[in-house]
Design a protein around this ligand. Structure first.
Ligand SMILES: Cc1cc2nc3c(=O)[nH]c(=O)nc-3n(C[C@H](O)[C@H](O)[C@H](O)COP(=O)(O)O)c2cc1C
Ligand code: SF4
Length: 415
């Protein structure tokens, strides 16, 4: 099996991302042209046939999402491209926007046409200022050349793209929070129902998709499904853009076929652990993902195999940690992140994170109280079950997986 592939990334380095002419020279916008000649149902069927799951972290079936968005009644639908990419150790959407901004615009147009939307919004995180410039310039050129606006390519399809950015809050990557942020409100999630597919941005039916999801759609429309479905496994079809970081010799964003083992990713692609150190654990899917000890390094990177060992693909982040870091210190650093990023709307997350942090702090200095571990687990379980949004529900994945896999990190000598 090939270690790295290029289906999603096949345009990288092939054209000048600042020039629409350069994009057109390599066949740019032919996916859109093909889509505009198809029915909405036909496009949804094509997307369904890839078995693609959303790349923002929740792995929701994309064909199903598009089908639901298309069937919602409403003549003022919206497509939002979630380019917040606030998940620590995740930088694959950045790679796409840096190298292939026009394929992203094309994907938003294809999604918009498919679900019957008139407006697209690209929400790029505050810290990606350089990308805001690149993507805005691409949107302007697309508009100047008739790929955005009224009667696109003479088909009667009207679509505009608007650019937005938040103020750097992690929770604003959550769909409903992102919508609040675009509407000018503070970044806190909405109660559901109503679901955003029916009542989202400015009360309009809204489809939210991740950058990578939309670009996979562009590539599938442009090049056909065969080049995608020939990769991967039976249940995890195709390829995935990962962000490999931490204690590896060659960190970076790589496109891989589903089914490689974590060992192949860390050692063959990432060049192994630096300076002769040993792999201790890895964290998959960003700060909200669980950790896996080195004993799991032969697990195939597929939705189903990772799930069997308590791990997830999530955002596609793979953070490698060697034997120089104490597990408990790592858990504390993640805990600090969640205290900082909790929006404060609900008690389980706002207070739970702080209380757990105090407990972890006592483990860090080797002075826990006798019932600290049980209390931390109880709070973590309450958060998973009662927090208002995905941030609080998943904030304790690291703690709980560390307790499971590294019980010795929570023991005190002599106790
Ligand atoms: C706290 C939190 C942060 C999130 N951050 C992002 C993000 O930065 N980018 C993203 O695409 N999805 C993010 N998501 C997931 C989105 O809510 C949503 O599921 C996703 O954008 C849908 O796109 P997809 O179906 O293409 O994956 C986040 C979810 C939560 C709970
Ligand atoms: S779980 Fe609650 S406090 Fe935490 S980010 Fe979500 S709404 Fe805010």
């Amino acid at each position: 099996m090939e270690k790295t592939v290029s289906f999603i990334t096949q345009n990288f380095g092939k054209y000048d991302p600042t020039s629409i002419d350069s994009y057109l020279d390599i066949g740019g916008f032919s996916g859109l042209k093909k889509a505009l000649g198809m029915s909405s149902d036909g496009i949804i069927e094509l997307v369904r046939s890839t078995g693609m799951k959303g790349r923002g972290g929740a792995a929701y079936d994309t064909g199903r999402k598009w089908s639901q968005a298309a069937s919602v009644k409403g003549d003022k639908k919206v497509v939002i491209c979630n380019a917040d990419e606030g998940e620590p150790c995740t930088f694959k959407d950045r790679a796409i926007m840096e190298n292939d901004p026009f394929a992203l615009i094309e994907g938003i147009l294809i999604a918009g046409y498919t679900v019957g939307a008139q407006d697209g919004y690209i929400y790029i995180r505050e810290e990606y200022r350089h990308l805001q410039k690149i993507v805005s310039a691409a949107v302007k050129q697309a508009k100047d050349r008739g790929y955005l606006g009224q009667n696109i390519l003479g088909t009667g399809f009207n679509f505009e793209i608007h650019m937005y950015s938040g103020a750097g809050a992690y929770v604003c990557g959550e769909g409903s929070t992102l919508i609040e942020s675009i509407e000018g409100k503070s970044g806190r999630p909405r109660i559901k129902p109503p679901f955003i597919k029916e009542c989202g941005l400015f009360q309009r039916p809204t489809l939210v998709n991740n950058v990578e999801t939309l670009v996979v759609a562009t590539m599938v429309l442009t090049h056909g499904v065969e080049g995608y479905v020939c990769h991967g496994t039976e249940r995890s079809i195709g390829t995935k853009l990962i962000s490999l970081a931490g204690n590896v010799n060659k960190p970076g964003s790589y496109e891989i076929p589903f089914g490689l083992t974590l060992r192949e990713i860390i050692y063959d692609i990432g060049g192994g652990i630096p300076q002769g150190h040993e792999l201790q654990f890895f964290q998959l899917g960003g700060a909200s993902g669980s950790i896996g000890s080195a004993s799991l390094v032969d697990t195939p990177y597929t939705y189903e195999d990772l799930s069997k060992v308590g791990l997830t693909v999530g955002s596609g982040g793979i953070l490698v940690v060697d034997d120089r870091t104490r597990v408990i210190d790592f858990v504390q650093s993640i805990q600090d992140f969640f205290i900082h990023e909790s929006c404060g709307k609900c008690t389980p997350c706002r207070e739970g994170n702080r209380q757990i942090d105090k407990i972890i702090g006592r483990f860090v200095v080797g002075a826990p109280r006798p019932d600290d571990l049980q209390t931390a687990e109880r709070f973590a379980n309450i958060m998973s079950n009662c927090a208002f949004c995905g941030l609080g529900e998943t904030a304790q994945s690291v703690l709980l997986s560390a307790i499971r896999q590294f019980p010795e990190a929570f023991e005190v000598q002599g106790r």
